[in-house]
Design a protein around this ligand. Structure first.
Ligand code: KIV
Ligand code: ZN
Length: 521
């Protein structure tokens, strides 16, 4: 843990673990690595990279993030089971700074209905687990799941014992989002005042948003002495989600006079990170969402606009540029050069290397040729979607679709496989999108069950790009795909093909694993 964070509030990001647990938010290894790089650039202190026991894929992604992402502490979650703890250590040990995060539910409801154990057994298990984790790793976090509904005297007993066993961070989750700020702050104070030696550890909070109070509860806990906040980008997570990183960080920054603490976050990267997570998970950010919603800095009412023209402080408590929203009036279009494009990309909070910049610029030029005005959201969309469909065996070479009132809707498609072969297929359907999906299935031989289809426009204007997210089921697994184009039928085809490519990659991984198992047995 760096000293700066110790004096301020440690930002523990769990987008890749609790965030990924949200329905429909599962991510591929490549997507997780991309988000982990963005979190590093955002300067979060800790990345919780996953729950290694959940699946071999989760283990691999935690291990890859630990091996490739330098800067933040890389943390893996483990139940209080020796097998989980050992496995988590194997996954995180490659990081320059690693953490094992062990948890067990302490509340009577969880003890009785979920774990079916008594207090003594639970206490013993918690202590043994922290001991074991400390033998492997110097940085160990202990979470008392459902702490806010645990009997205060038992919580005190557990925390005192795990602290003695060597836990370096103590986390008190409001797992079901039941607490309210004054009560949650009281819980933190109670632990601070009654656990001997608690000042040797960092007190942490992890709040869910079931009653819409995750951010308020986390801030109240900070006022009561908590120094680590567990949060996710856009507040994604189990059920109603977690404390939103961008909101809690901007509250601490904007009201630093009140809270007296800050974070190490580079807030100018909040907007770009939010857009990346939204694009990867398919979870759209509501327009009125604090900090990162499209309307967060928009002033509609005449009286507000009048005030803003006189002085921005009349209606703005934060500067949009501080969260990575550009206020630049420079209009980019097809005549804009690489230099201007690079500047705007930087202003929008993205860090691209030369190769990524060249690729994004080429795409920008192609799009600018077809579109009258290029908005910041178009540029963001180019960057965050840069490698979505490029990752798979199939690519669309040509697509034609027909539609019309009373007409038969059809689609003809030419796909190229990475081994060089091309396939032409056509199909008819109730609409051009369905026809397209059927043609893609016929060409690839993969037939899927479409569960959700969402389309929204990236910007305003009749020449806006369409952004399509599809969720499908295949062989009992849920997959998500995403496509953007000026033509919404093409955007739909790209989203559907992304899923087909994922299914193919997944099948290839399974075949390799089976072969490795045969070889090692
Ligand atoms: O909500 C919760 O209690 C958790 C723990 C595993 C930290 O996510
Ligand atoms: Zn949680």
């Amino acid at each position: 843990m760096n000293e700066q964070s110790r004096n301020g509030v440690i930002i523990f990001d769990t987008t890749l673990r609790d965030g990924e647990q949200a329905p429909g938010c599962s991510m591929t290894l490549r997507e997780k690595l991309r988000i982990a790089s963005a979190l590093r650039d955002l300067r979060v202190d800790i990345i919780e990279a996953g729950f290694t026991a959940a699946s071999p894929g989760d283990f691999e992604s935690v291990e890859a993030i630990a091996g490739q992402i330098e800067g933040p502490v890389i943390c893996g979650l483990a139940r209080c089971h020796p097998g989980d703890i050992e496995q988590t250590w194997q996954a995180v040990k490659g990081a320059a700074r690693s953490r094992i995060h062990v948890f067990v539910a302490t509340s009577p409801i969880h003890r009785e209905y979920k774990l079916n154990i008594d207090r003594d057994t639970l206490l013993k298990r918690a202590v043994e687990s922290v001991h074991m984790a400390r033998e492997l790793c110097t940085d160990v976090e202990f979470s008392a799941e459902d702490a806010s509904r645990t009997e205060p005297e038992f919580l005190l007993e557990v925390i005192t014992a795990v602290l003695e066993a060597g836990a370096t961070t103590i986390n008190l989750p409001d797992t079901v989002g039941y607490s309210v700020p004054a009560e949650y702050a009281e819980l933190i104070r109670h632990i601070r005042d009654h656990v001997p030696g608690i000042d040797k550890a960092i007190l942490s909070v992890h709040c869910h948003d079931d009653l819409g109070m995750a951010v308020a509860n986390s801030l109240a806990a900070v006022s009561a002495g908590a120094r680590q906040i567990e949060c996710t980008i856009n507040g994604i997570g189990e059920r109603a989600g977690n404390c939103a990183l961008e909101e809690v960080v901007m509250a601490l920054k904007t009201r630093t006079g009140f809270f007296g603490v800050d974070t190490a976050i580079d807030t100018r990267k909040l907007h770009s990170t939010s857009r990346l997570v939204s694009s990867v998970t398919g979870m759209q950010v509501p327009r009125n969402k604090a900090i990162v919603g499209d309307n967060a800095f928009a002033h509609e009412a005449g009286i507000h606009q009048h005030g803003m023209l006189k002085h921005a402080s009349t209606y703005e408590i934060m500067r949009p540029e501080d969260v990575g929203i550009s206020r630049s009036n420079l209009v980019l279009g097809k005549h804009s050069g690489r230099h201007a494009f690079r500047e705007r990309v930087g202003e929008l909070g993205f860090e691209l290397d030369e190769i990524e910049l060249n690729r994004a610029f080429a795409q920008f030029k192609r799009l600018a040729d077809r579109k009258k005005e290029m908005f910041d959201a178009d540029i963001e969309s180019i960057i965050v979607n840069a490698d979505s469909t490029s990752d798979g065996p199939w690519r669309i070479q040509e697509l034609h679709s027909t539609a019309g009132t009373g007409a038969i809707c059809g689609a003809a498609i030419c796909l190229q496989h990475e081994d060089g072969k091309t396939i032409n297929e056509s199909a008819v359907g109730d609409g051009p999108v369905e026809a397209c999906f059927l043609a893609l299935e016929a060409a690839t031989g993969i037939s899927m069950d479409l569960k959700h289809f969402k389309v929204h426009s990236v910007t305003i204007g009749e020449d806006s790009q369409g952004d399509v997210v599809v969720t499908v089921e295949y062989n009992g697994r849920s997959y998500r795909g995403h496509g953007v184009s000026l033509d919404i039928v093409e955007a739909s085809a790209l989203a559907y093909l992304e899923v087909i490519n994922r299914v193919c990659r997944h099948a290839a991984v399974e075949v390799n694993r089976a072969a490795e198992n045969i070889a090692t047995n």
